[in-house]
Design a protein around this ligand. Structure first.
Ligand SMILES: [Zn+2]
Length: 283
C-alpha cells in the first residue's frame, strides 16, 4: 500500500454507493486528484464536513487500483463556512471551482499556479474584503493566462500593434486594431479595457474604483472569452473521459456545447448575439 500526502482545495464531490463519495481536489503537488472518501455520508463520519466544496485541506491518500482513497483529512482553511452563507460569494466560488476543474483535464498533472490562484480567490471570498464579482473575474482572467488564453487587452490580438484599440473579438483573441477588425466585434469603452488590465495584473486599487456598469461589461466579456476557449479545448480533447469512470465531461456543459455555435455576450454593446464559432477562426 502506497501512501502520499498533499494539500488541496475541494472542487466537488459526488455520491458513490450507499455511504461513500468521490471527491475531486486540486492539489498543490499532484494537480487534480479524484479520490474515494469512504463512509462520509454517514452521520458518524469523522471527516465528511471537511470534504465539502471550497474546503482547503491537508489529505492523506493511499493509491488504489482505480481511484485513490482518502484516509485522513485536516482542515487548513475553513473557507466553506463564510462562502456558503452568502449567495454572491457562493456563486462566485462555484464558478471558480468549476473552471479550475475544467482547466485541469489531466489528473495528476501538476498545476501549482492554478492551485495558488484558486486558494487566493477562495480566501478573498471567504474574507469578504473585495467585491465577489471582481474576485471572480480576476480569477478567470488569470486562470486563462495560466491556460495560455489570456485576451489581448492593450495590444492588437492579431498584429500586436500597441493600443488601446476600439474593437474586441473573443474568437480573434481580444482587442483588435482598426486594420484587423472583423465583423461581429464589440466596442468596449476605454474604462472596460482599463478594468480588464487591472484585474489581470492584480491592480486592486484601480479595479475597486471602477463603476458598476463597467464591471458588468467586463464580466460579460470575460465569461464569453472563457466559454469560447473551454468549448474549443473540449473539442480538441474528445477522448479525455475514457481514462476515468466519470460521466463524460461534455455532459456537464450547456446544451449548445457541441453544436458548433457559441453564445457571445456582447455586453459592451448591451446586446446579445449568436455567432458561429467557426466564423472567424475557420476552425
Ligand atoms: Zn492589428
Amino acid at each position: 500500500m502506497s501512501l502520499y500526502r498533499d494539500t488541496g482545495v475541494v472542487l466537488r464531490g459526488h455520491k458513490l454507493g450507499e455511504a461513500d463519495r468521490i471527491i475531486t481536489l486540486l492539489t498543490r503537488r499532484h494537480g487534480k486528484v479524484r479520490a474515494v472518501a469512504k463512509g462520509v455520508r454517514r452521520t458518524t463520519s469523522r471527516f465528511g464536513a471537511r470534504l465539502e466544496p471550497f474546503g482547503h485541506v491537508d489529505v492523506q491518500f493511499y493509491t488504489g487500483r482505480t481511484l485513490d482513497v482518502i484516509t485522513q483529512v485536516e482542515t487548513v482553511d475553513a473557507f466553506a463556512l463564510p462562502i456558503v452563507g452568502d449567495y454572491q460569494r457562493y456563486t462566485a466560488a462555484s464558478a471558480i471551482t468549476e473552471t479550475a476543474d475544467r482547466l485541469t483535464a489531466e489528473e495528476g498533472q501538476p498545476a501549482l499556479k492554478l492551485y495558488l490562484l484558486v486558494v487566493g480567490a477562495l480566501r478573498a471570498l471567504a474574507e469578504g474584503r473585495r467585491d465577489a464579482s471582481l474576485v471572480l473575474d480576476a480569477f478567470l482572467l488569470r486562470s486563462m493566462a495560466f491556460a495560455g488564453w489570456a485576451p489581448a487587452i492593450t495590444e492588437c490580438a492579431r498584429c500586436g500593434q500597441p493600443g488601446p484599440h476600439g474593437a474586441f473579438n473573443v474568437q480573434a483573441g481580444g482587442s483588435l486594431c482598426s486594420r484587423c477588425r472583423v465583423p461581429g466585434s464589440v466596442h468596449p469603452s476605454p474604462e472596460v479595457l482599463v478594468l480588464l488590465a487591472a484585474l489581470l495584473h492584480g491592480d486592486w486599487e484601480t479595479a475597486e474604483s471602477s463603476a458598476y456598469g463597467v464591471r458588468r461589461d467586463v464580466s460579460g466579456l470575460v465569461a464569453a472569452h472563457l466559454q469560447w476557449h473551454l468549448e474549443r479545448q473540449l473539442r480538441s480533447l474528445p477522448f479525455v473521459e475514457r481514462r476515468t469512470r466519470q460521466a463524460p465531461i461534455t455532459d456537464t456543459l450547456g446544451s449548445n456545447t457541441m453544436s458548433g455555435e457559441t453564445e457571445v455576450s456582447s455586453a459592451a454593446q448591451g446586446t446579445r448575439s449568436r455567432e458561429s464559432a467557426r466564423g472567424v477562426t475557420g476552425a
